[in-house]
Design a protein around this ligand. Structure first.
Ligand code: NAD
Length: 503
C-alpha cells in the first residue's frame, strides 16, 4: 500500500481489515489475499487511517446468500428476541463508544466531541429506540372483515455514506432487524472502519441472544461494483440507500430491474427563513441569536450534514445587519485537530469533497456573490500551520440570489448563503424553489406564525427556532431529496410488507 498506517488508534484497534463479516463469521474475500484494498485516507492529510478489502460482485453475492439463509429464521423469531438483539447492539456500541468515536473521527475528520456525542451515541440511541418500540408495537389491525398483517420485506441491502457513518447505518440496520429482515451493509469506502467495529459488536450480540449470525452482513467495495451488485441482485428484496441524489438515481434504476422496494435518503439545499416580528415588519428580535443558530447549523460537521440549512433567507430591512453579524460570527470559528475534543471544526472528509467545495466557492465569486468570510484556509489558520489536509474556513456568501449555483447545488462543506426577501410570500417562494426538499427552518418569536410558515415549506423535516431532534420522529425527503422515511415507527414500516387476510 502507498501510505504508512501510523495513526494512534491503530495501536488499540484493528484498522487493517482483510475479512468481511458474512453469515456470522469473518471470511476472506472470494479473491483471497490477492483482493485489492481501499486505503482509508486521513482528512488531515497526515497519514492513512487503515484499509479495507475492495470487494467484488461475488463477495456481495456471498453476503446476500448468508442473509437469505438467515431471513426465514429471523422473520419467525419472537419480537422479544429481536428486542434483545437491538438492545445488546446498543449496549455494545455504548461499551466501546470511545473506540467508535476515535475511528469515526480519524476516518472522516469529525472532532472527537462530535464523533462521540452526536455520531456514536446517536447510533446507540437509534438501536435502543427500536428495542423500546418493539415492546408494544401493534403489528396487526382489523379493517372490516379483513385482518391486516405486517410482515418483514426480506433481505435488505443497506448502502450508506461517510458523513454520519455509524448513525446512518443504525437508522437502516436497526429498523430492518426490528422488522424481522436480514441485512447486507455496504458502507462508504471513505469511512468504512466504524462498520467493522459494528460487526464486532454483532459478533458478540448475535450468539448471546440466539440470533442467526447472517442477520447482519458486511461487505466493502466501490459503489459501482459492490453497491450495484446488491441493488440488482434478485435475492435482495429491498434497498435502503443514503447518499447523493446522483447515485440515488442509479440505485433506483438498477433496483427497477427486479422491482425492489427502494428507500432513498438523498441530498438537500435547505432554507432557513428568519421572519420579521410582525408580518412584513422591519424588525427581528434576537437577530444575533438567529444568525448564530444559522451558522452553527450550517457549519456543524464542517457543513457535511444533509439537513443543514445552507440558504438563509433574511428580510430586506435587517439583511445588512444579519450579514455583518454572520461575517463576525464566522470569524470566531476555529479549525482544529479532529483527534481533539472541543467545538472547533474539522477538515472536510475527502479530497473529492475538498476540491468540490473550493470549486463551488470560486463559482460563487464568479457569479457575483459577495464572499464576506472564509474560503480556502491559508496554512497559518490550519492546526499544524502547514496547510496539509482538507481545510476550509467557515464561509459566508452575501448578495446571493436563488438562481446562482451556490444557492441551487448542494455544496456539502462549511458554506452558507445569505439571501434577501421582501415579504413572506417571496420567502416561501424562494424556500421552495429548489429541486430538493429535505429540511427547512423557521425563526420567529410568534409560535403560530412560525408553525404556519413551517407548513408551507415543502420538506420532510422543518425546525422551528432551536427545535430538537428526536430519534423516534421520521426524517426523509420531498422532491429529489428522496423516497421514504427513516426512524421510529415510520422507519420500521419501510421494511414491512402489508398483507390482507379476508374471509
Ligand atoms: P455517494 O452517493 O457518493 O455514496 C453513498 C454510498 O453509495 C456509498 O457507499 C457509495 O459507495 C455508494 N454508491 C455510489 N454509487 C453507487 C451506485 N451506482 N450503486 C450503488 N451504490 C453506490 O454519497 P457520499 O458522498 O458518500 O455522501 C454524501 C451525500 O449523501 C450527500 O449528497 C448528502 O446530502 C447525502 N446524505 C443524505 C442524507 C439523508 O438522510 N437524506 C444523509 C446523509 C447524507
Amino acid at each position: 500500500m502507498g501510505h504508512p498506517v501510523t495513526h494512534s488508534i491503530r495501536s488499540r484497534l484493528d484498522t487493517e481489515r482483510r475479512h468481511f463479516w458474512i453469515g456470522g463469521a469473518w471470511r476472506p474475500p472470494v479473491g483471497g489475499d490477492d483482493t485489492p484494498h481501499t486505503v482509508v485516507a486521513d482528512p488531515t492529510g497526515r497519514e492513512a487511517v487503515g484499509r479495507v478489502p475492495r470487494g467484488t460482485a461475488r463477495d456481495a453475492g456471498e453476503a446476500v446468500a448468508a442473509a437469505r439463509e438467515a431471513f426465514p429464521v429471523w422473520a419467525a423469531t419472537d419480537a422479544g428476541v429481536r428486542r434483545e438483539l437491538l438492545a445488546a447492539v446498543a449496549e455494545g456500541i455504548s461499551q466501546r463508544e470511545a473506540d467508535f468515536a476515535a475511528v469515526i473521527s480519524a476516518e472522516m475528520g469529525a472532532p472527537l466531541d462530535n464523533a462521540l456525542h452526536t455520531q456514536t451515541r446517536l447510533a446507540a440511541e437509534v438501536f435502543q429506540s427500536y428495542a423500546d418500540l418493539l415492546a408494544d408495537h401493534a403489528w396487526e389491525e382489523r379493517i372490516g372483515a379483513s385482518q391486516i398483517v405486517r410482515e418483514p420485506v426480506g433481505v435488505v441491502a443497506a448502502i450508506t455514506p461517510w458523513n454520519y457513518p455509524l448513525y446512518l447505518i443504525a437508522a437502516k440496520v436497526a429498523a430492518a432487524l426490528a422488522a424481522g429482515c436480514a441485512v447486507v451493509l455496504k458502507p462508504s469506502c471513505d469511512a468504512p472502519l466504524n462498520a467493522f467495529l459494528l460487526a464486532e459488536v454483532f459478533a458478540e450480540a448475535c450468539p448471546a441472544v440466539g440470533a442467526p449470525g447472517g442477520v447482519f452482513n458486511l461487505v466493502t467495495g466501490p459503489g459501482k461494483v459492490v453497491g450495484e451488485a446488491l441493488t440488482s441482485h434478485p435475492e435482495v428484496d429491498a434497498v435502503s440507500f443514503t447518499g447523493s441524489t446522483e447515485a440515488g438515481r442509479s440505485v433506483a434504476m438498477s433496483a427497477a430491474g427486479t422491482v425492489k422496494r427502494v428507500g432513498l435518503e438523498l441530498g438537500g439545499k435547505s432554507a432557513r427563513v428568519i421572519l420579521a416580528d410582525e408580518p412584513d415588519g422591519t424588525t427581528v428580535r434576537d437577530l444575533d441569536d438567529a444568525v448564530r443558530l444559522a451558522l452553527s447549523d450550517a457549519f456543524y460537521n464542517s457543513g457535511q450534514t444533509c439537513t443543514a440549512c445552507t440558504r438563509v433567507l433574511v428580510p430586506d430591512a435587517v439583511y445588512d445587519r444579519a450579514v455583518a453579524l454572520a461575517a463576525e460570527e464566522a470569524g470566531r470559528w476555529e479549525l482544529g485537530d479532529p483527534a481533539l475534543a472541543g467545538e472547533h471544526l474539522g477538515p472536510v472528509a475527502t479530497a473529492r469533497q475538498y476540491v468540490g467545495v473550493l470549486a463551488h466557492i470560486e463559482q460563487g465569486v464568479a457569479e457575483g456573490a459577495r464572499l464576506v468570510a472564509g474560503g480556502k484556509a491559508p496554512p497559518e489558520r490550519t492546526p499544524d500551520g502547514l496547510g496539509a489536509g482538507h481545510w476550509i474556513l467557515p464561509t459566508v456568501f452575501a448578495d446571493v440570489t436563488n438562481d446562482m449555483a451556490v444557492a441551487r447545488e448542494e455544496i456539502f462543506g462549511p458554506v452558507v448563503c445569505f439571501l434577501r426577501y421582501r415579504d413572506e410570500e417571496e420567502a416561501a417562494r424562494i424556500a421552495n424553489d429548489s429541486i430538493y426538499g429535505l429540511a427547512g427552518a423557521v425563526w420567529c418569536t410568534d409560535r403560530l406564525r412560525a408553525e404556519r410558515f413551517a407548513r408551507r415549506i415543502r420538506a420532510g423535516l422543518v425546525t422551528v427556532n432551536s427545535g430538537r431532534f428526536s430519534v423516534l420522529a421520521p426524517t426523509g425527503g420531498y422532491k429529489q431529496s428522496g423516497v421514504g422515511r427513516e426512524l421510529g415507527v415510520h422507519g420500521l414500516d419501510e421494511y414491512t410488507e402489508t398483507k390482507t387476510i379476508q374471509w
